[in-house]
Write a protein that binds this ligand. Sequence first.
Ligand SMILES: NC(=O)c1ccc[n+]([C@@H]2O[C@H](COP(=O)([O-])OP(=O)(O)OC[C@H]3O[C@@H](n4cnc5c(N)ncnc54)[C@H](OP(=O)(O)O)[C@@H]3O)[C@@H](O)[C@H]2O)c1
Length: 334
Amino acid sequence: MVESFKAFVIDKEQDGKVKSQFQQLTTEDLPEGDVLIKVHYSGINYKDALATQDNNAVVQQYPMVPGIDLAGTIVESNAPGHDVGDKVIVTSYDLGVSHFGGFSEYARVKSEWIVDLPNTLTLEEAMIYGTAGYTAGLAIERLEKVGMNIEDGPVLVRGASGGVGTLAVQMLSEIGYKVIASTGKKDTADTLKSLGAKEVIDRLPIDEDNNKPLASSTWQACIDPVGGAGINYVTKRLQHSGSIAIIGMTGGNTYTNSVFPHILRGVNILGIDSVFTAMKLRQRVWRRLAKDLKPENLHSIKSVVSFDELPQQLDSVINHHNKGRIVIDFGVRQ
Ligand SMILES: NC(=O)c1ccc[n+]([C@@H]2O[C@H](COP(=O)([O-])OP(=O)(O)OC[C@H]3O[C@@H](n4cnc5c(N)ncnc54)[C@H](OP(=O)(O)O)[C@@H]3O)[C@@H](O)[C@H]2O)c1
């Protein structure tokens, strides 16, 4: 029986400002769900950092425990097929948005959100991947479905020093793609090359050239967690039938584009949503992350922090000082 436990809670004050603090909660405070999980690890995503900001569009109700990712063991279950002791991963859905999330020593969730931990992955490795890795994997899956393949030329990854970007560089390289990494952090070039990037370039647009609707064909595909004006820069440089997977908006949430890359070169824009992916596809992507890739290589991109360090780490993410993946270790040892 769990008496009380520590959680990171955000609330909206009367003046509309969002305030965050650690609190002791009981299981009575947790939302409805048929499975109670003891959280061993969580991870920090950009969305979690946004959730702590005033006027954010992430949190749907207050108070809220943010944290869109968690991995741990089931300690209570009313769900057939999910037993006490099972190691599980939960990412996205309503977690940390309208349902208390992973920045908590315990979480109660709906069993339909659960992915069983693949047996080639540790709980820590699952959170090095987290939503960032899962989303990069989902983007690769979608891009390959529309024709991306290792024979057809380089693949660009934007925001390469961030969570989604680093994992996309690592996964694509491991599969055999020639990866070009675009980053604003020059000091990450060696790390990105050690993860497999063949070339590291500056953030895009490097120098927005002219108003020409097309430029020379440069990349077969792009994984784009950055958004903004760079999308236009990239689409006019994709090869014939190339595709860009749009994931995020750290560099802006709007862009203007000409129709010409699409109608003259058959360029595709794919939208990637990791939150409500169908469970079958979700499980397939996790199986791929666990089996086709080499989880043991993930450890070079992690920074492991204690739960107490969470507030400072959220600040570093919102200010874009983070690199790779930040994993929160709740100190559970079995
Ligand atoms: N669609 C989905 O389901 C989904 C899933 C996961 C994440 N996302 C979104 O994807 C984005 C990235 O998430 P993340 O967790 O990887 O975040 P992150 O770890 O904070 O990485 C974001 C990266 O964006 C780049 N960046 C920041 N400001 C920029 C600017 N002004 N111009 C260009 N690049 C800039 C930086 O990379 P460099 O310094 O290397 O350039 C930064 O490291 C976020 O918008 C997030 O909400 C969406």
